[in-house]
Design a binder for this molecule. Structure first.
Ligand SMILES: Nc1ncnc2c1ncn2[C@@H]1O[C@H](COP(=O)(O)OP(=O)(O)OP(=O)(O)O)[C@@H](O)[C@H]1O
Ligand SMILES: [Mg+2]
Length: 357
């Protein structure tokens, strides 16, 4: 019966795939077919059903891809009903498993040249935003001296260990671990280089993280031991640099950028935080332009960001419709897209085509 259709020139797999090979993935700038993103194609009569396998669940461009696919398939003679389904598989940065033995597909460090610019705030909200989109996300508080991820995530204790491994705490769909879990609140934390190294290593290796699409790492401020240690202990898929909107802040951020460049860690882009009337706006974008990296977005100054941070109710969770939360969600999507591109470029079977524009 199927054969008869082919002979009569009905809708065929070849025709459908040929049509879909004209649809370009907007981030990766390659067609859906050669990217192997078309899966489970079924043709019943003239009706077509298939799944588009995204490289991140945090993909904001589904609408465009679906519309483009439908438009392309409209060119196939006799095409009937078209059903598009979605799934995602985040590409893995293979170096991580090789070096660390953990199943993290990608590792993303959140850094800044100086303190108090909102690294932890960005890290927490980025993690939650990615988790909300359906990704498996971990958050490592690598600020060994001033750990405050547990407070921001609203969980002050981690579960008891299992099989001699630490079990990460979990909230808002994100697994997280922090030195704050291991020391008493009033105990001063004094670390020397080698201890810092082994502390960070332990939080990565002696923890039952499970499989993660993204491990977000909140770094201490500046260009200190922790950054160097981290880059030695595990391969970083990329780093985002957080800056405040003033030019002086951006020059600190530039130092941070340069350090990661020396460590050969890809820069995913710049986030401007606390923009608005008080600190102004613009230095983040200028820094990104000057440094020839992506401007990921600016997060406005909003009292609810601080209140939420102090009270364990991060803004993307507590006020998802606020401009600050929406900015953070967009940043998360851009970061996920940048990671997909970088990780796919590293994998051998990806042949990048000339980027348009
Ligand atoms: N967009 C924002 N609007 C209002 N308050 C903010 C915003 N971003 C961060 N904050 C607040 O600013 C303070 C510093 O933020 P955060 O702790 O995230 O910075 P940090 O860079 O991680 O600091 P450190 O260098 O000490 O680790 C916190 O009280 C936080 O709630
Ligand atoms: Mg911090």
């Amino acid at each position: 019966m199927f054969k008869r259709k082919e002979q009569e020139g009905g809708v065929t797999e070849t025709a459908v795939m040929a049509a879909l090979s004209n649809v370009i993935e907007p981030e990766l700038h390659r067609d859906l077919v050669s990217l192997n993103m078309i899966r489970d194609l079924k043709i019943e009569g003239n009706d077509v059903t298939f799944t588009i396998m995204l490289t991140t669940p945090a993909c904001p461009l589904r609408g465009k891809m679906e519309a483009d696919s439908r438009a392309a398939l409209a060119q196939v003679p006799d095409i009937g009903q078209i059903t598009v389904k979605w799934d995602s598989s985040v590409p893995a940065d293979a170096r991580i498993k090789d070096q660390l033995g953990q199943s993290f597909r990608n590792t993303i460090a959140v850094s800044s040249g100086k303190g108090g610019v909102g690294k932890s705030t960005v890290a927490v909200n980025l993690a939650i935003s990615l988790a909300k989109s359906g990704a498996r996300v971990g958050l490592l508080d690598a600020d060994i001296l001033g750990p405050n991820i547990p407070m921001m995530m609203g969980v002050e204790q981690m579960p008891p260990p299992q099989n001699r491994k630490m079990v990460p705490a979990e909230n808002f769909g994100v697994k997280f671990i922090s030195m704050a879990f291991l020391v008493k609140p009033d105990q001063p934390l004094i670390w020397r280089g080698p201890m810092l190294h082994s502390a960070i290593r332990q939080l990565l290796t002696d923890v039952e993280w499970g499989e993660l699409d993204y491990l977000i790492i909140d770094l201490p401020p500046g260009t200190s031991d922790a950054q160097l240690t981290l880059a030695q202990v595990l391969p970083l898929s990329g780093t985002i640099v957080v800056t405040q909107p003033m030019q002086v802040a951006a020059s600190d951020a530039l130092r941070g950028l340069k350090m990661f460049e020396k460590l050969e860690v890809p820069i995913l882009g710049v986030v401007e935080n606390m923009s608005g009337e008080i600190f102004g706006t613009g230095a983040g974008e200028k820094l990104a332009t000057d440094y020839d990296t992506e401007f990921l977005g600016s997060v406005p100054m909003d009292a609810n960001v601080r209140v939420g941070g102090d009270g364990g109710q991060p803004i993307v969770e507590a006020f998802p419709d606020s401009p600050a939360a929406q900015a953070l969600n967009e940043i998360a999507q851009k970061v996920a897209a940048r990671i997909s591109v970088l990780t796919l470029q590293k994998s051998t079977n990806f042949i990048p085509i000339e980027l348009v524009g």
